[in-house]
Design a protein around this ligand. Structure first.
Ligand code: IMP
Ligand code: MG
Length: 175
């Protein structure tokens, strides 16, 4: 079922998103001149961000995908586990994790530690949106499109119960 448009408050237009993505691409290009990069896209929310970002970064690059699951176990602890791992060899490579949004930071912290175990030459985190007010784990992205307040957003890959990923703009969800 589609979200009722009355429940969506416009936040970022596709033009504004495009500008944020261009700015990040420019920064990355400047920082990685003469190097090959590996983009690790965190499914599913980052797919649109990745597809736009990778086309704007004019550097030799490879892309891979990871899927993570977060759940609360019987003891009440939040556990993150891997559903789909990358298949690219990242040892000695320059790796960038591509996230659409960082919230509590659990997924990112788990993924960073896991990738670091493979000894990449460098590992940095790129996020379109950052919600630092929600952080549970002290973790900072290296490239941020925009810092946002603690409100739920949908569109441009971001979902509300799997709905809304295909919207070109990003909206606040009215509750
Ligand atoms: P965390 O940083 O471990 O909490 O995980 C962040 C994940 O939560 C993101 O990759 C999204 O899938 C989801 N998420 C967090 N905030 C939002 C939001 O405002 N809209 C849609 N998904 C969100
Ligand atoms: Mg989600």
């Amino acid at each position: 079922m589609a979200q009722n448009k009355e429940h969506l408050i416009p936040y970022l237009t596709k033009e504004e998103i495009d500008e944020l993505v261009s700015n990040i691409a420019e920064e990355i290009e400047g920082d990685y001149q003469g190097k090959e990069i590996i983009l690790v896209c965190v499914l599913k929310g980052s797919i649109l961000f990745l597809s736009d970002l990778m086309r704007k970064i004019k550097l030799p690059q490879k892309v891979d995908f990871v899927s993570l699951k977060t759940f609360v176990n019987d003891e009440g602890s939040t556990i993150t586990s891997i559903v789909k791992d990358i298949t690219t060899q990242i040892t000695g490579k320059h790796v960038l994790i591509i996230e659409e949004i960082i919230d509590a930071g659990r997924k990112l912290s788990f993924l960073k530690n896991r990738l670091l175990a493979s000894a990449p030459a460098s590992l940095k985190v790129v996020t379109l949106l950052d919600k630092p007010a929600r952080r549970v784990i002290n973790i900072k992205p290296d490239y941020v499109g925009k810092t946002i307040e603690d409100r739920y957003v949908v569109g441009y890959g971001l979902d509300d119960s799997e709905i809304g990923r295909n919207y070109s703009d990003i909206y606040f969800l009215k509750n």
